[in-house]
Design a protein around this ligand. Structure first.
Ligand code: LHQ
Length: 255
């Protein structure tokens, strides 16, 4: 069975982690397949990427059987993760994590690396690292405090509680929560809405937010001005202005 599935339908790409019997845990083979899947999506004409898990989980993080023997060199192994997660973060197209079930450890990091998180009511986040005597990795110390603040991030990392969907929404880990029975439709609708948007601007929003996380206000203002020069010369900006003048909805194509 393929550990990672890629579907390209219209301008929506979907990558599905596909090891349901292991709650889509990540081993080296799956991570390499995920890297290839991201390359395929990059080379496609997709304008949005949906990430999800097959079966009842989103992703249970590092495959603990692969980690278990003590032979795995964690520092080297994390280079593989880091390449994949950085690639994901630097994708120009918007990335929607469709969190259909539990997301633990690196699986939670994967969801937090996405731009948006849509959760089913039965989804659960667990940082998990401290439960097995590990420090956080896979970008969790970058993404988590930026989403929930330092004090909550520390608590979630230290005590590793199960955060249900309602709590995730309340603390800013989730953008939206929908009943399980409405999940697939809600994912499809949000993906379609994003794919019909000014996707070049979405790429610039992501770059600007990541830049602002580690630069001061003067640098941020300069960076915004540079990005606005790009957006200002885009076809979608011309279309947005024309649509406003003609009192009609804009038709964006991401150019
Ligand atoms: C699994 C896993 C799993 C293998 C469930 N592996 N089989 C990066 C790189 C370098 C170093 C290490 O760390 C990292 C980052 C990390 O991700 S560290 C964190 C790793 N993940 C975890 O510690 C989570 C482990 N899993 C769990 O705590 C539970 O399975 C959760 C809470 C996710 C779900 O619990 P349940 O719903 O009760 O399901 P279950 O535990 O019964 O799991 C179902 C099956 O999936 C079971 O197999 P079995 O053959 O007994 O049916 C589990 O062994 C397997 N599975 N997670 N990470």
């Amino acid at each position: 069975m393929e550990p990672v599935l890629v579907e390209l339908k219209g301008n929506v790409a979907t990558i599905t982690l596909n090891r349901p019997e292991k709650l889509n845990a990540l081993d080296s083979t799956t991570l390499r397949a995920l890297a290839k899947a991201l390359e395929r999506v990059t080379a496609s004409s997709a304008r949005v990427l949906v990430l999800r898990g097959s079966g009842r989980a989103f992703c249970a993080g590092q495959d603990l059987e692969e980690a278990g023997g003590g032979e795995l060199d964690y520092e080297a192994h994390l280079q593989l993760y880091n390449q994949v997660f950085l690639k994901l973060r630097s994708l120009p197209l918007p990335v929607l994590a469709a969190v259909n079930g539990v997301a633990a450890g690196a699986g939670m990091s994967l969801a937090l690396t996405a731009d948006l998180r849509l959760l089913s009511e039965s989804a659960v986040f667990i940082t998990a690292f401290s439960r097995i005597g590990l420090a956080p990795d896979t970008g969790m110390t970058y993404t988590l405090p930026r989403l929930v603040g330092w004090a909550r991030a520390y608590e979630l990392l230290a005590l590793s509680p199960e955060v249900n969907a309602a709590a995730a929404l309340q603390m800013g880990l989730a953008n939206r929560v929908v009943p399980d029975g409405e999940f697939d439709e809600a994912v499809a609708n949000l993906a379609a809405e994003l794919a019909a948007g000014p996707t070049l601007v979405y790429a610039l929003i992501k770059r600007a937010l990541d830049y602002s996380a580690v630069h001061d206000m003067e640098q941020v203002l300069d960076f915004e001005a540079r990005l606005q020069k790009l957006a200002g010369s885009s076809r979608d900006h011309r279309e947005g202005l024309a649509a406003f003048a003609e009192k009609r909805p804009p038709e964006f194509n991401g150019e």
